[in-house]
Write a protein that binds this ligand. Structure first.
Ligand code: 5GP
Length: 134
């Protein structure tokens, strides 16, 4: 059975898309640590452990994540975009990209932020716009 992230990338389950190419997909986390918290996934493998990916998929995932992070920083003002790979909850490889104002913002035990649908739509649209210019 397809993972929830595969179903998101295929459009079966809605998401706030921030970037996409033929092999990778990026979308806003449903329960974000900060506004603009983004997840980056490979579309064609559901392997749940990033270090099990074949070299080309692994390298491509990080190259795509780099472009998304550049677009994210442009769209959501922050000091840095923090990167984290956990995979404790969803068994489909994904990279977290989190806009940071301080080191403590990349702590997954922090309370999550509440973002309205309208804000999420606007954030996703600005990241996508910035991504398309890269
Ligand atoms: P992890 O597997 O890295 O420990 O955590 C999974 C992440 O995926 C969490 O930050 C969680 O909020 C996010 N997440 C789980 N299910 C969904 C979903 O259906 N849609 C979106 N956009 N994010 C999800």
């Amino acid at each position: 059975m397809a993972t929830i992230f595969t179903r998101i990338a295929s459009g079966e389950i809605p998401s706030y898309k921030v970037a996409e190419d033929e092999n990778y997909y990026a979308f806003l986390d449903i329960n974000p640590l900060a506004k603009g918290h983004t997840l980056v996934i490979p579309k064609h493998t559901e392997d749940d452990y990033i270090f099990h990916l074949d070299e080309a998929t692994y390298a491509g995932l990080w190259a795509f994540a780099r472009k998304v992070a550049i677009a994210l920083k442009e769209a959501v003002p922050c000091k840095r975009v923090g990167v984290c790979v956990l995979g404790m909850e969803v068994p489909h490889t994904h990279i977290h990209l989190v806009p940071l104002q301080s080191e403590g913002d990349l702590n997954f035990t922090n309370k999550r932020v509440v973002v309205t649908e309208e804000e999420n739509r606007a954030i996703a649209a600005s990241i996508l716009k910035a991504y398309e210019k890269i």
